[in-house]
Design a protein around this ligand. Structure first.
Ligand code: NAP
Length: 226
């Protein structure tokens, strides 16, 4: 049975990815700070991805039991602020969760994948990067760092048989977007050619289709991004 690790598995997109993978017969490990649902084939790990020691401890426990075929770096946070009014603490938090969280997990599980000379890492990003979305500067910068990490990691790990790519979304109907005014979500969806925000399940299907075939280094978006 293939083995996946999904970060941010307590709700939203991450939880939908976990459920899809379990339905497809995968063994799945989840990393999140909050409560995660019990399910056959699923092992929850209480991990803050901003803590490199906690991530490494989880990776050591998981890889001691066997191989890891897929890592989905999904854990993330967002905040909407006018650039000039963005508190430094917000910019630091988003960089720690979105960029460094992905970085820590990529390092910890990437080493195991290099040892097994196979594996796939999918990082979750956003159309807000190519759209240079106003009002989301700190979030966009943290995800742009994830995109850059994806491209460099893809090159560095290619010779070890490890594929690294990213998948990006516009608004997905999760807790992350619940506080955003509907008109604003509609405007973003219109810019990427979508009539409505996809459900977490539809986004998970897109992510997993990407994970089956994406070339290393590729950043793929749900919707049309010029
Ligand atoms: N929703 C959207 O519109 C949208 C659009 C584009 C991209 N994305 C990206 O999609 C990903 C998932 O977002 P979502 O919409 O599903 O958001 P969500 O419903 O708020 O879920 C976020 C997940 O990340 C986890 N998380 C946050 N900080 C963490 C930390 N320090 N350590 C471990 N886990 C942490 C949360 O778990 P705990 O709180 O339990 O730790 C939760 O499971 C994010 O990377 C987000 O940037 C979302």
């Amino acid at each position: 049975m293939p083995v996946a690790v999904v970060t941010g598995s307590s709700r939203g997109l991450g939880l939908a990815v976990v459920r899809r993978l379990l339905a497809d017969g995968w063994t799945v490990h989840g990393l999140a700070r909050g409560e995660q649902p019990a399910a056959p084939g699923f092992t929850p790990h209480v991990v803050d991805v901003t803590d490199p020691a906690a991530v490494q401890a989880a990776a050591s426990a998981i890889t001691a039991a066997g191989r890891v075929d897929l890592l989905v770096n999904n854990a993330g946070a967002a905040s909407m602020n006018a650039l000039l009014l963005t508190p430094v603490a917000v910019a630091e938090r988003l960089m720690r969760v979105n960029y460094l969280g992905s970085f820590h997990c990529l390092q910890a599980f990437g080493k195991a994948m290099v040892r097994q000379r196979a594996g796939r890492i999918v990082n979750v990003t956003t159309v807000a990067v190519p759209l240079s979305l106003e009002g989301e500067a700190a979030y966009v910068a943290s995800k742009a760092a994830v995109d850059a990490l994806t491209r460099v990691a893809a090159r560095e790990l290619a010779s070890s048989g490890v594929i690294v790519s990213a998948v990006g979304f516009g608004p997905v109907d999760t807790a992350l977007t619940r506080g955003v005014p509907r008109a604003q979500l509609d405007r973003i969806n219109a810019r990427i050619g979508l009539s409505a925000s996809p459900s977490p399940e539809a986004a998970a299907d897109f992510l997993l289709a990407h994970a089956r075939s994406a070339a290393s280094g590729h950043v793929e978006y749900l919707g049309q991004v010029a």
